[in-house]
Design a protein around this ligand. Structure first.
Ligand code: PGA
Length: 222
């Protein structure tokens, strides 16, 4: 189930191939997009391919509870790494918002997500669904774990600047996607990836829920 690729470049281009095929076959695609260090190469690759994003509807997995114009917000991340570099319409780029039920309605109104791309946290989280999250969870505000705050502090000036809360799509929301691609970059992710993909399906390891989905691919490079 885990496809091991030779390099980060190959990981990025393999997933970019999947996105390119998706957009060419279905210009009005609905995508779920991740942030973090892992998808940066994918986004660079997609920008270089000069695809037509004019009909695409994008949903991001999560956002910190913080000023969305802050340079370290996920809104800013996405603008910098992808949205400002392609011809997607800003009003088709959605991030989880409150009231969360309205965000869920927005996704439901687009009649199904065609392709969802995910990273995995070192504690097995997907989006900001931390260990213990219900497999039925929907979009909601969550407290980040110490581990996630520590992991993500590398993106901030200091660990004290990392927001303690976020708003995230739920595991139930993510699982309704028609196709899911999980990307993991680096040897430090291999153990949790194996636990999630080959171990017990348990809410203690949120990514293990993906074993219950019938259209998941996992791409890893060390
Ligand atoms: P990373 O984060 O891509 O920065 O490793 C992944 C995640 O926490 O989901």
């Amino acid at each position: 189930m885990i496809n091991t690729l030779k390099s980060y470049k190959e990981l990025s281009s393999t997933v970019a191939d999947i996105v390119e095929t998706q957009l060419k076959e279905q210009p009005l695609s609905k995508l779920i997009l991740p942030t973090g260090s892992t998808p940066i190469g994918l986004y660079d690759e997609l920008v270089n391919r000069e695809l037509d994003w004019s009909l695409v509807i994008a949903y991001n997995l999560d956002e910190y509870i913080m000023n969305i114009d802050h340079p370290y917000s996920y809104h800013s991340f996405m603008r910098k790494n992808l949205f400002d570099r392609i011809n997607i319409y800003p009003d088709r780029c959605h991030f989880p918002f409150r009231p969360t039920l309205s965000f869920e309605d927005k996704i439901a109104g687009s009649m199904g997500i065609d392709l969802c791309m995910l990273g995995i946290g070192s504690n097995g989280h997907i989006a900001f669904n931390e260990p213990g999250s219900s497999f039925k969870s929907r979009t909601r505000v969550v407290d980040l774990t110490e581990q996630t705050i520590k992991d993500n502090s590398r993106f901030f000036d200091s660990i004290d600047d990392v927001p303690k809360q976020a708003i995230t799509m739920g595991l139930g929301t993510i699982m309704e996607s028609k196709r899911i691609i999980l990307m993991a970059n680096g040897n430090h992710k291999l153990n949790i990836l194996n636990v999630a993909m080959n171990g017990e399906v348990t809410e203690d390891v949120p990514a293990s829920i993906l074993q219950n989905h019938n259209n998941v691919e996992v791409y890893y490079c060390d």
